[in-house]
Ligand binder design. Structure first.
Ligand code: FAD
Length: 216
């Protein structure tokens, strides 16, 4: 089962880990903050980490208008990786990791005008909810310095591994520890900027995220 019907987005290896539900894609994208954008630049692959956000069935990516990786109307591949644990097995062959990951294939569209501004709001609110209202919005010059790409989520795959190591039956009696070392990430206490004017409290939309909200 796949999220999309194309050949290249069909998970073949360990296909029991493939998610078949589109909501799994939304969940992975909405839980995480960083993607890797793979593009071909001058005939060679280039894969760069960058922020993103999702609205409906569209992924938004932004950056400097000078960025070569964003100057594309060709095929791209975007991945989002969530590392949830190290899986210790009884044999090194079966060591693994628990994860959820998404791969999106497609040709992005460069946004302009109101659609570009709307996408920047979505990106800002995904990274730092409440900030579009709180902070100054981009002016004309800043907008000109920013490229925003929209990529359809039509052609995508999600793969999820959970649980114990998959050891050989013949290894189960070995005196070797096996199990999972979970990985967790959380926001810590906010650190006010050293040049912050006095009397500006930490806003609620920032303090609300401390400790309780996982981020990746
Ligand atoms: C954190 C992490 C660590 C990993 N470490 C290893 C490792 O060390 N060795 C290893 O062999 N594999 C590892 N994987 C799995 C790896 O991503 C591939 O799924 C696997 O290597 C199979 O590759 P393939 O070319 O045979 O994929 P295929 O199944 O042939 O890929 C076909 C299509 O399936 C989709 N797809 C493939 N992999 C993924 C994925 N992970 N998430 C979402 N969609 C996917 C893509 O659309 C791809 O074009 C890791 C995955 C994660 C998330």
């Amino acid at each position: 089962m796949t999220l999309s019907p194309t050949d290249r987005s069909t998970i073949r290896r360990a296909k029991e880990r493939a998610a078949s539900n589109r909501s799994a894609l939304y969940e992975v994208l909405d839980r995480n903050l960083v993607c890797h954008l793979g593009v071909i630049v001058d005939g060679a692959p280039r894969v760069l980490p960058t922020g993103y956000a999702r609205a409906g069935d569209t992924l938004f990516i932004h950056g400097s208008s000078g960025a070569r990786s964003l100057r594309t109307d060709d095929q791209v591949c975007v991945t989002v990786t969530e590392l949830n644990g190290i899986v210790y097995a009884r044999s090194v062959f079966h060591f693994s990791v628990n994860y959820a990951s998404a791969v999106i294939h497609g040709v992005p569209e460069t946004l302009a005008g109101q659609r570009k501004l709307d996408a920047l709001r979505v990106i800002t609110e995904h990274l730092a909810p409440g900030s579009w209202e709180h902070a100054r919005r981009p002016d004309k010059k800043e907008l000109a310095q920013t490229t925003v790409l929209a990529l359809s989520l039509e052609e995508a795959a999600v793969k999820i591994r959970t649980g114990d190591p998959k050891d050989e039956d013949s290894d189960l009696e070995l005196p070797t520890w096996a199990g999972v070392l979970p990985i967790e990430q959380a926001f810590a206490a906010p650190l006010p900027s050293a040049d912050l004017n006095t009397g500006i409290p930490i806003p609620g939309h920032v303090t609300a995220r401390t400790a309780t909200t996982p981020a990746r």
